[in-house]
Each structure stands twice: as structure tokens, then as C-alpha cells.
Design a protein around this ligand. Structure first.
Ligand SMILES: Nc1ncnc2c1ncn2[C@@H]1O[C@H](COP(=O)(O)OP(=O)(O)OP(=O)(O)O)[C@@H](O)[C@H]1O
Length: 313
């Protein structure tokens, strides 16, 4: 396990009793202090993956190490390093915020520490509400209580299962801010989401899961750079069988049975001319390659995500 890795998932598979294979050999490393977003459509296996990591669901094969502790063999040590924020507040409607959060700490066998509970409530702007019963709180406040409960036992790693599912835009931004502050306080964050925008906004790294397989794990900036690529298609006058060597540097592709050339470039150059198009056109001219039409298209985040998660991809 490398220095910076805090969770290591190795060849993890889960087949439910129904015979359904929800995870198929997932390998993943989470780095200490990062925000990792697990992105995937409904039913892709996001909740199953975090449930196995948190020790709530047994794996069928493979293993999970949390700060070096196997989460089955050393369940207690592994589990107490983790806080899990579920999607919904299920019970305790008539308890107060203070009692609910304090009780959660007790569940991990940690001694009472009112000063810690106070810090958690203050950091989540819940201090003024500490005597309120949960049933009287707004949706946004209830979500904060879920986070407070998960932080009550001082975990190093926090899992958030769809933290902003079904909330309005203002509340979503609010949650993002809360999560960022937590990361800045040193907590490693793993969140699941359907929203590309959320992954784009929050994550340091993004993992895309589809039908139980992690199809991609990438640094967010690197992914954005790839996603920001544009494609220039040149329709040729004369079909071309192969490219002259002097054009190698441009990384061109021949398409449509030699009728077209495709050039991809970074579409996020913001005004500076580093697209390479001017040089390309000059080199094509020098090589005597003429074209009759051209068009460009930009792959959107949406396009890439859809193509990654398409069933037949
Ligand atoms: N206890 C279970 N028994 C059988 N199948 C299950 C069980 N729990 C989940 N599944 C199936 O496993 C697949 C993955 O479910 P999971 O909840 O992990 O997906 P998800 O990516 O979190 O989806 P969502 O975004 O809808 O929450 C789904 O097809 C689901 O129906």
C-alpha cells in the first residue's frame, strides 16, 4: 500500500443471492486527502461498492484495505476510520440534533466528547439547532445532520452517497461548500453521484462505473482536458490511401474510406493559437492535399459520459 493511499480495493466482486453480479473485479486506490467522485448511472454498482468498502455488504471475492486494515479480518479498526453519510435520514425523527449526533459516536465505542460534537455542529452550522427535533428541520439541515452523525466518531474517511440527489441548486452549492471545507480539514472524501456537473465541480479524481466495472479512473483535470478536445474533419478532394510522412506530427486519422481526415486538438485554448490548425493547413498545402469542406465538433462531457456508460460500449 503506497504512502498516500488510504483505501485499497483489490479484485472486488459481488454477486447477490439473486445471482446478480453487481461488482466485477473492481480495483481502486483512494488517496489520502482527496475528493474522489464515483460517477455512474442508476444500478451501476455505486452503492454496492461503498457498502462493501464500509463493511455493510460482504464481498464475494477480493478484499478491501482501509489504512492497511483488512475490512473483514480487522473489521473494527477499519470501520472506525470510516464515516458513511447515507442518502436519507431513516429514523430518530423525534430526537434532538445533539442526542442523535452524540449517540452515533457511542455506537463506535468512543468515549463521550462534547467538545468534539460541538466542533462538528458548529462546522456544519447546526449549533443553533442542537436542541431542535429532527422532524422540525428543513431538508438541507437534515442532510447536514447526516454528515454530523457520520463525523461524530472522528473518521479519517467520509463516504457520501449521492449527497445532493433531489436537492435544489442553492442547496447543492451549499453542500459542495461543506464538503470542500471537510476536505480542507484533512478528511478524505468519496462521493457517489449521477451528476456530471457535481463530479466536475468537486472531485480531484473521477471514477466512472458501469455495470459493475470501473471503466475509467482519472485525474479530473486530465479528464477535462481530454473531454475538452475538438475534432476537425476535412473532406478531401481526392481520396487518400495513406498519409505522407511529413504529416506524422499532426496525429491525423484517415476516415470515410480515405475521403476525410480527422484532426483532434485541445478546444480549451481560450484565444491563444495553440490548436495547431494553422500549421496543419500549411503542411497539407505543402503536401499538395486539397480539401473541399471542413467542420469541427466538440465532444461534451455528456457525450463522453454517455459513450462510456452505454451498454454496448
Ligand atoms: N440486495 C440485493 N439483491 C439483489 N440485487 C441487488 C441488491 N442490491 C442491489 N442490487 C442490484 O445491484 C445493482 C447495483 O445496485 P447499486 O445500488 O449498487 O447501484 P447504484 O449505482 O448505487 O444505483 P443508484 O444510482 O440507483 O443508487 C442493481 O441492479 C441492483 O438492482
Amino acid at each position: 500500500m503506497s504512502e498516500q493511499s488510504v483505501i485499497r480495493v483489490e479484485a472486488l466482486s459481488k454477486t447477490y443471492d439473486s445471482g446478480f453480479e453487481a461488482l466485477k473485479g473492481v480495483d481502486l486506490e483512494i488517496r489520502r486527502g482527496e475528493i474522489f467522485a464515483l460517477l455512474g448511472p442508476n444500478g451501476a454498482g455505486k452503492t454496492t461498492l461503498i457498502s462493501v468498502i464500509c463493511g455493510l455488504v460482504n464481498a464475494s471475492a477480493g478484499r478491501v484495505l482501509v489504512a492497511g486494515h483488512d475490512n473483514v479480518i480487522d473489521y473494527r479498526q477499519a470501520r472506525q476510520l470510516i464515516g458513511l453519510v447515507p442518502q436519507e435520514l431513516t429514523s430518530e425523527a423525534f430526537s434532538t440534533v445533539w442526542d442523535t449526533v452524540s449517540f452515533s459516536r457511542g455506537l463506535f465505542g468512543k468515549p463521550k466528547d462534547p467538545a468534539h460534537i460541538e466542533r462538528v455542529l458548529k462546522s456544519l452550522s447546526l449549533w443553533d439547532k442542537r436542541r431542535n427535533r429532527l422532524i422540525t428541520l428543513s431538508g438541507g439541515m437534515k442532510r447536514r445532520v447526516l454528515i454530523a452523525k457520520a463525523l461524530a466518531h472522528e473518521p479519517q474517511i467520509l463516504f457520501l452517497d449521492e449527497p445532493t440527489a433531489g436537492v435544489d441548486v442553492a442547496l447543492r452549492r451549499d453542500m459542495w461548500e461543506v464538503v470542500r471545507q471537510l476536505r480542507d480539514s484533512g478528511v478524505t472524501i468519496i462521493l457517489t453521484t449521477h451528476y456530471i456537473e457535481e463530479a466536475e465541480e468537486m472531485a480531484d479524481r473521477i471514477g466512472v462505473i458501469r455495470s459493475g466495472e470501473l471503466v475509467l479512473v482519472e485525474d479530473k483535470r486530465e479528464l477535462m482536458r481530454k473531454l475538452g478536445r475538438k475534432e476537425l474533419t476535412l473532406q478531401l478532394h481526392e481520396p487518400l490511401e495513406r498519409l505522407p510522412g511529413e504529416l506524422d506530427a499532426h496525429g491525423l486519422e484517415i476516415a470515410e474510406d480515405g475521403q476525410a481526415l480527422i484532426y483532434t486538438y485541445d478546444g480549451r485554448t481560450d484565444g491563444d493559437d495553440s490548436s495547431g490548425i494553422a500549421e496543419l493547413l500549411a503542411d497539407l498545402d505543402a503536401a499538395g492535399i486539397r480539401f473541399k469542406d471542413l467542420h469541427t465538433r466538440q465532444s461534451s462531457l455528456e457525450d463522453i459520459f454517455v459513450s462510456l456508460v452505454r451498454e454496448d460500449a
